[in-house]
Design a protein around this ligand. Structure first.
Ligand code: NI
Length: 148
């Protein structure tokens, strides 16, 4: 276990830990390659990244961006995409529509909700006839990882 020292004057704790020299070398190389100037900031961001990844597996609230590419000539599809957004527990906050070609449209939908509800909404859209691709990017609402 790492040693943890709490600074009573602030909310910051200091910690020290043991690590193999070869692993530390790779860590420092990755840190520099990633544009970080100090280990503390790099480790803090790594921890946040893990917390966000973890939140996607449970019922934590997440923010998702769903990019849908579909054929707008498919009968009833546009209406079905709207109905699906109304019917799910996750909330579609905003969407942007782009006309890609004569047949194809792309829609980007920003979704907020429990991780499994957001993934459920994405899956429902993915299964519609005429939808060629629905890529979901999950992020955090920031409440668990915020700096404040
Ligand atoms: Ni369009």
């Amino acid at each position: 276990m790492p040693r943890v020292v709490r600074n009573v004057m602030s909310n910051i704790v200091r910690m020290s830990f043991s690590i193999e020299a070869s692993l530390m070398k790779r860590f420092d190389a990755l840190m520099q390659e990633s544009g970080y100037e100090n280990r503390s900031e790099f480790i803090r961001d790594m921890i946040r990244e893990r917390l966000v990844l973890h939140s996607w597996q449970g019922d934590d609230e997440v923010l998702g961006t769903l990019m849908v590419v579909f054929n707008h000539h498919t009968r009833g599809l546009t209406e079905r995409l709207v109905t699906i957004q109304h019917e799910h527990d996750a909330t579609a906050l905003a969407s942007t529509h782009v006309h890609l070609s004569h047949h194809l449209c792309a829609e980007m939908i920003l979704i907020r909700g429990r991780a499994d509800d957001v993934q459920d909404l994405a899956q429902s859209i993915r299964h519609q006839k005429g939808v060629f691709h629905a890529g979901l990017i999950l992020s955090s609402t920031g409440q668990e990882i915020g700096r404040l």
